[in-house]
Design a binder for this molecule. Structure first.
Ligand code: DC
Length: 434
């Protein structure tokens, strides 16, 4: 089935670059719908001027042929009545008139239907203002990109400078604010976030970080859909643990983890920690498992449908490390225990460098989780579980600050990265998310 991705947001929020790079990375068709509005605005400017009337618009819409060509380096080439206007539509006189033109219902009707026609039955990334709300309300993925207006003005100003187009930062900011106003207040399909869109605030994110965030969300979700048996297992185990062990789950910020992908770092004192964390986080996860576990028939059967990364714990091979990093970078969340092994007495132990190494190599977000009660149920060495309440506290994701590791050896860096995970788990334990 074709997958469509809707990326909406304010002018200068970075959504164009994001959409273009994303389409290239996942091999989807890219459509810059803003460029289509700009093309019509150019025609209005050339035929009717800035003082256009509704009947001018009718005539223009009826007499226009607009074709969009895919271009590897620049994304789209916009062909207006047979002429390539891709560069011309970026000039300030077009930017100055595009919002009032885009507010015309006839223009919207014409372009929305053309956009749907182009997107039909294909894997696409569509970028604009009303994609998630009007053009593709059933898009599989919807993102809404925002950024502070000063940052947006700075980016747009640099972009214009690079293209040799003269302007001042102040004018760019004024033009953006004006367009924001017209775009959000117009009657026909105003710019707004669809209820089910994921908001990406790009103010403090690099282009690479924006791309990786969106890419991982998409890949993770497509991967999650491919493991239905995992969800079945998860549902059953969750009911059992709720009934018999009174499972309580506490989230610091549910929205912040709903679409999480990265490393999930938890304390470890019992064999039941992996399922306890797995049933508590709202996303599918991969788990590490010792190769020895994959040898007997029953285990093979159980683990067949669970996304496992098999490792030789005493001697991880470069191939298994690479497989782990690839899975993480491809959006699959992975559970790690920074203590390395189960705590012998239920207390949180010193960090071992393994989890830190994975974090430093994959450079993905980290989600600290504190599990309580599993030691009392099944401590190391016990064979029969005892009844005890389980509480899982899910923290908020954080980014590894590589600058704090400057001057350190690789080994020290890995150790510090693991130690930070432990610190954050202990912080959750002490505050219990209150
Ligand atoms: O993304 P952009 O700056 O190139 O968009 C140009 C204008 O087109 C902008 O002022 C809003 C309008 N637009 C729209 O109304 N609906 C879209 N789907 C895309 C752009």
């Amino acid at each position: 089935m074709a997958v469509s991705v809707a990326i909406d947001g304010y002018s200068g929020s970075g959504k164009s670059t994001l959409a273009k790079q994303l389409a290239k990375k996942i091999g989807y068709l890219y459509l810059d719908t803003g460029a289509m509005y700009r093309a019509i605005a150019l025609k209005v400017l050339e035929t009717a001027g800035t003082d256009f009337s509704v009947s001018d618009i009718s005539k223009i819409v009826r007499s226009t042929t607009l074709t969009i060509e895919q271009n590897d380096s620049s994304g789209n080439r916009i062909i207006l009545d047979g002429k390539d206007v891709s560069d011309r539509i970026r000039e300030p006189d077009v930017a100055g008139i595009v919002s009032p033109v885009a507010a015309q219902p006839q223009v919207r009707l014409f372009l929305v239907s053309l956009q749907r026609k182009i997107a039909r039955g294909k894997n696409v990334v569509l970028e604009g203002r009303d994609i998630g709300t009007v053009v593709l309300p059933r898009a599989a993925f919807k993102f809404f990109v925002t950024a502070d207006i000063n940052e947006r003005a700075r980016r747009r100003f640099l972009e214009l400078q690079e293209k040799g187009i003269k302007s001042s930062l102040d004018d760019v900011k004024k033009n953006l604010a004006e367009r924001d106003h017209i775009d959000t207040t117009r009657e026909t399909s105003p710019l707004r976030k669809a209820n089910d869109a994921i908001e990406i605030d790009s103010t403090n994110l690099t282009q690479e970080e924006q791309l990786n965030t969106v890419y991982r969300i998409i890949r993770k979700s497509l991967w999650e859909k491919s493991i239905p048996v995992y969800w079945l297992y998860r549902g059953i185990v969750r009911i059992v643990v709720k009934l018999f062990f009174g499972l309580e789950i506490h989230y610091q910020n549910f929205e912040a983890v709903r679409h999480f992908s990265g490393l999930v770092a938890s304390n470890h004192c019992s064999n039941i920690d992996p399922p306890a964390v797995g049933i508590s986080v709202p996303f599918g996860m991969c788990y590490f498992a010792k190769e020895e576990l994959n040898t007997n028939f029953i285990m093979k059967l159980i683990f067949k449908k669970i996304p496992m990364l098999w490792v030789n714990r005493d001697n991880p091979t470069p191939a298994s490390i690479k497989q782990t990093i690839d899975a993480l970078q491809d959006g699959r969340p992975l559970l790690v225990f920074p203590e390395g092994t189960r705590s012998p007495d239920g207390t949180i132990q010193q960090a071992k460098p393994g989890a830190g190494m994975i974090a430093c190599k994959a450079m993905v977000p980290i989600l600290p989780v504190y599990v309580e009660g599993t030691y009392d149920i099944l401590p190391k060495g016990a064979s029969m579980p005892k009844f005890h309440k389980v509480r899982v506290y899910v923290g908020t994701p954080y980014k590894l600050e590589t600058s704090s590791f400057s001057g350190k050896s690789k080994k020290e860096t890995y150790q510090l990265a693991s130690a930070e995970m432990i610190e954050r788990i202990i912080a959750i334990k002490n505050n219990k998310l209150r």
